[in-house]
Design a protein around this ligand. Structure first.
Ligand code: ZN
Length: 264
């Protein structure tokens, strides 16, 4: 006498039902993981705000320059490296977005900087995941200063915090991508989509968190801001949504009180 409880058909039906239920759960689990990454990234960019504040307290209220020419007599110094080498933070981990954690540069740089073994080169420091509002905050590029007119600070002096008229509505830094390798971030951020349709390496805003980018504001608060679509690291450039079509990323008239990029 057979003691089999299920027939083979019944067993297959049960397995199929379990598979269907699991596939229904999967997107919810992925969303939960992405939300956790978005929150971890927000915490990182908030920490960057604290570090910027510390720098200002020691430097008469000036923001760190985005770039300093011939800092050590031989190379160009970028702001993330300047922060680290001047002791404003112990490790470099907060300069990265958890969504880009598989990026080789991410592992390489956090390992080197975190353990303080051999220091990253100045050029390594460009491949962090947060871009700095170079044109309005990290230099005076948008205020008529060009690269040839200053010796040490490319595009002139960074902003002083008392110059910023609307600190809670002025973007200082945000999630960015490198325009050629979309798995990487970039240390500078553009206030418009670079190029005409083609995205170049002057960091476009990256809406890598389910369509949101994390933003650091001049009053040191941080928030997640929705762009016009979700980009994923590694996507083709041609398929990237243009985040600059909606506030706060779009540039409106220079007379508007809602221009989120301008110093004044
Ligand atoms: Zn991020």
């Amino acid at each position: 006498m057979s003691k089999r409880i299920f027939t083979l058909i019944e067993l297959l039906v049960v397995i199929a039902i379990i598979a269907i239920l699991a596939s229904m759960m999967l997107p919810a689990l992925q969303n939960a993981r992405e939300s956790a990454r978005k929150i971890a990234c927000l915490s990182n960019i908030k920490q960057l705000g604290t570090v910027f504040q510390l720098y200002q307290e020691d430097n008469q209220g000036f923001y760190i320059p985005h770039m300093s020419l011939n800092y050590d007599g031989s190379d160009t110094a970028w702001w993330p490296g300047l922060l680290m080498t001047n002791g404003y933070a112990k490790g470099a981990k907060f300069l990265f977005c958890p969504k880009n954690a598989t990026n080789d540069m991410h592992g390489n740089l956090t390992h080197k900087a975190g353990l303080n073994l051999d220091k990253p080169t100045w050029s390594d420091w460009r491949y962090i995941d947060f871009g700095y509002n170079r044109n309005h905050i990290g230099s005076s590029k948008r205020y008529g200063v060009n690269s040839g007119s200053v010796g040490c600070l490319m595009y002139g002096s960074p902003a002083k915090n008392t110059m910023i008229k609307k600190p809670s509505k002025t973007i200082v830094a945000a999630d960015t991508m490198h325009g050629v390798n979309t798995k990487r971030g970039w240390f500078q951020m553009n206030d418009v989509l670079p190029g005409s349709g083609a995205v170049n390496s002057i960091g476009p805003v990256a809406t890598r968190h389910l369509g949101y980018a994390n933003v650091l504001w001049a009053d040191s608060h941080a928030s997640s801001e929705k762009g016009t679509g979700n980009m994923s690291p590694g996507d083709e450039l041609a398929n990237m949504p243009n985040p600059y079509l909606v506030q706060p990323f779009n540039k409106i008239s220079s007379n508007s009180i809602y221009d989120f990029w301008d110093r004044y």
